[in-house]
Unconditional design. Structure first.
Length: 526
């Protein structure tokens, strides 16, 4: 087999593939103590479900061994071994274990649900600066250092097994082939070597003899991942170190030595060399024009985060719930809270139609306008009209979907206006009722008259604002209302978390592309 044919091979799970694939079984209601909400994915030897932790009520991934492998002792051992490794590897850059055990259909492992995308997706969707690439490599290195300290070799480190969370942190996942390298031969058959790992990323010694690999094998895999991160694209097995910055060439040359004896023997040494380079003057010389553009993109993401408050206000009559999903795109999403001079509470939630820098900049301008106008009026209709006029005076092109909610606890009343964001939802005695304010978006017509609506706001009422009415055909406004009703008995924070989880369950992939925010407010009972 030549090199090109080798690299085109897919990951081997370590057992011969089943030629007669069975359909995915029906989603169980419960696995162990975990309530199951949806099917997530199918792996080589396992099924992944989305569940809820019975005690902390957090979203949980429940991984079960496919029933067809329960009669294979070596596969069962590998599955249990994965749980043991995750339980031992308690580290912020490694997926967290919640539990493991048996259920009526076999074995399961319960792990944290990581909100994010694979490093592979991240590289394909984002321009990554040299500085940011090195920061990611350092985090992966810390995870490997923790594993190696505990005597664990990952053996399948690749972009698909590294997740980038919404906050930008790194999580290493999938320990299915760690430590167990060969299949047990059937009685009467000679031992048979099996390629375990992904051909593009595994070390030469792992290709030749899977039973005899050490820590340098993981460092080789990290070298390939590092090369792709710095290059900004997948390598497909073709490595040309002359394409990357000179300061990294010598580091990756050592990490990618064919002979493991000439490679880094300890990940700590790799981290030390990488840290020295990151703090050297050489890195500034290695930066290219593309890095400046990538760093600008990263600055825009930070600016996007600055559009939302870091802390919630202390309103004695209100209990808050806030849940945000930033998505992978850069967009102008903004919400804020105000307390007016007449002791009314104001909430504003806004999203720009523009993306990227234009969306962030235009929304920042609108936020400044809104903060000034809130000092003048607490009437949503007046506020939105003034905003609309100012937007035209400044000749801002984007259209803004915006909601303004004013709460008046002294009169048990609320006033609401929406310009293209959908409905305000009221939950009273576990019954969900929409409050509609049908107006076009800001920035369309300078002479439009906006209409606000009023309703009662009594003790125990929960109000929910969101930045969408319909996301996809899989998660419509009807699904949203149903999710609210299912979680009506929960406190505001738990309610918005559960509804957001439901939206991910029904249309997870489309949600990666846009930011979504849920705000819930409960009128406290004295």
């Amino acid at each position: 087999m030549n090199e090109e044919e080798f690299h085109k091979r897919t990951t081997e799970p370590g057992v011969p593939p089943d030629q007669k694939e069975k359909p995915i079984p029906a989603v169980p209601e419960q696995i162990g103590p975990y309530k199951i909400e949806a099917f997530l994915d199918k792996g080589g030897m396992s099924l992944l479900y989305l569940g809820v932790h019975p005690e902390i009520k957090e979203t949980t991934v429940v991984k079960v061994l496919s029933p067809k492998y329960l009669s294979r002792p070596e596969v069962v051992e590998r599955f249990l071994n994965e749980a043991e490794i995750i339980a031992m590897a308690n580290h912020p850059n490694i997926v967290k274990l919640y539990g493991q055990g048996e259920w009526e259909e076999g074995l399961y492992i319960a792990m944290e649900f990581i909100e994010g995308i694979s490093l592979r997706q991240y590289m394909l969707q984002n321009s990554i600066s040299l500085k940011h690439a090195l920061e990611i490599i350092i985090e992966i290195s810390y995870a490997l250092c923790h594993l190696h300290t505990h005597g664990v070799i990952h053996r399948d480190l690749k972009p698909e097994n590294i997740l980038v969370t919404e906050s930008g942190n790194i999580k290493v996942i999938d320990f299915g082939i760690a430590q167990l390298l060969t299949e047990q031969a059937a009685p009467g058959e000679p031992p048979r070597q099996i390629l375990i790992g992904t051909p593009i990323y595994i070390s030469p010694e792992q290709r030749e003899n899977p039973e005899s690999v050490g820590y340098p094998s993981d460092i080789y895999s990290l070298g390939i991942v590092s090369y792709e991160l710095i290059l900004g694209k997948l390598s497909h097995g073709r490595i040309h170190l002359s394409l990357i910055p000179k300061g990294m060439q010598k580091i990756l040359t050592k990490a990618l030595q064919p002979d493991p004896e000439n490679r880094y023997q300890d990940i700590v040494d790799f981290i030390a060399d990488l840290s020295d380079y990151m703090n050297s003057e050489e890195i500034e010389e290695d930066k290219k024009l593309e890095d400046q553009l990538s760093e600008l993109s990263e600055d825009l993401r930070n600016a996007q985060k600055s559009l939302i408050p870091k802390t919630l206000p202390s309103w004695p009559e209100v209990e808050f719930g806030v849940e945000s999903h930033t998505g992978t795109s850069i967009a102008g999403l903004y919400y804020d809270f105000y307390e007016t001079a007449d002791q009314h509470y104001g909430i504003i939630l806004c999203e720009s139609s523009a993306k990227g820098a234009e969306g962030v900049v235009s929304t920042s301008i609108l936020r400044g306008m809104a903060r000034s106008i809130f000092q003048l009026t607490s009437k949503p209709g007046e506020l939105v009209t003034m905003l609309n006029e100012l937007l035209y005076q400044d000749q801002l092109d984007p259209i803004f979907a915006l909601s303004v909610l004013i709460l008046n606890p002294s009169n048990n009343q609320l006033t609401y206006i929406s310009t293209g964001t959908g409905k305000l939802w009221k939950i009273r005695n576990h019954k969900v009722t929409p409050i509609e304010s049908d107006n076009i978006g800001l920035g369309i017509d300078p002479d439009i008259s906006f209409h606000e609506v009023e309703s009662t706001w009594e003790e125990g009422d929960v109000l929910v604002l969101n930045t969408f009415s319909t996301i996809t055909d899989d998660f419509t406004e009807e699904h949203f209302a149903s999710a609210l009703e299912e979680n009506a008995e929960h406190p505001p924070q738990r309610l918005v978390e559960n509804v957001m989880r439901k939206s991910h369950t029904l249309s997870r992939r489309p949600l990666q592309e846009r930011p979504i925010t849920l705000l819930a407010f409960k009128r406290r009972t004295p």
